[in-house]
Design a protein around this ligand. Structure first.
Ligand code: 5GP
Length: 220
């Protein structure tokens, strides 16, 4: 689906909000990076997805996901309530449209932890406002051991996720930035650098032309 996101070009807001999309196969460290980033950047908010997957023991409904039934998911999707959606590892996941519209209209940045199918749908909708990062594991064995260490999923779920990780990783080149997560601290600094640099891009700054025109008008 292609929902429209409008951003105001209002004087007084000095920057357009950006949408930071992060994808990776399960176990590459994306959730930890996202959590650390949200803690470090109070002005960045997380897009909380809806999902039909079962809640893990450590997860909080409404914070990590909105856990809903398949029927409720389909109603929301069919009523145009989702910016994007996909079936991942046998469950449905989707991004509620309304919070994104609200954040963008207020010039706020949003973080999306979504898979490649969702990322491609978002590229269709608002490419200029999206900054996308793909996180790769340093090796397949490291990916597997991280999934096993997390110990929150049954072994057949882990096996399915490992199998699907190859398909996910095949889409790495569609993203703006690639991070090879062999060191969490280093990767975190890399994500922060990307975010900081992208916030300074001239096409995200509002009132820059006027500022420069005014600057050049000033007497020395
Ligand atoms: P998990 O079940 O481990 O929380 O997530 C499985 C996969 O679904 C992850 O790759 C995650 O990024 C992706 N995912 C989570 N929410 C969404 C969403 O709203 N849309 C899409 N397309 N993928 C999502």
């Amino acid at each position: 689906m292609t929902a429209k996101i409008h951003q105001p070009m209002t004087a007084g807001i000095d920057r357009r909000g950006l949408m930071l999309v992060m994808s990776s196969p399960s176990g590459a460290g994306k959730s930890t990076l996202a959590r650390n980033l949200l803690r470090d950047q109070p002005e960045l908010s997380l897009s909380v997805s809806i999902t039909t997957r079962e809640r893990r023991g450590s997860e909080i409904d409404g914070k990590d996901y909105h856990f809903i039934s398949q029927r409720d998911f389909e109603i929301m999707r069919d009523n145009g309530g989702l910016l994007e959606w996909a079936e991942v590892h046998g469950n449905y996941y989707g991004t509620p449209l309304e919070p994104v519209q609200k954040a963008m209209s207020e010039g706020r940045d949003m973080l999306f932890d979504i898979d490649w199918q969702g990322a491609l749908q978002m590229f269709d909708t608002a490419r200029a406002d999206i900054v996308s990062i793909f996180i790769l594991p340093p090796s397949m064995s490291e990916l597997e051991s991280r999934l096993v260490r997390r110990a929150e999923d049954a072994s057949e779920v882990i096996a399915k996720r490992l199998k699907n990780s190859r398909t996910e990783m095949e889409h790495w080149s569609e993203y703006d930035y690639i991070i090879i997560n062999d060191d969490l601290d280093k990767s975190f600094l890399e994500v922060k650098s990307i975010l900081n640099a992208e916030r300074l891009r001239k096409d995200r700054r509002i009132g820059l032309h006027e500022f420069v025109a005014d600057l050049l008008d000033q007497e020395i």
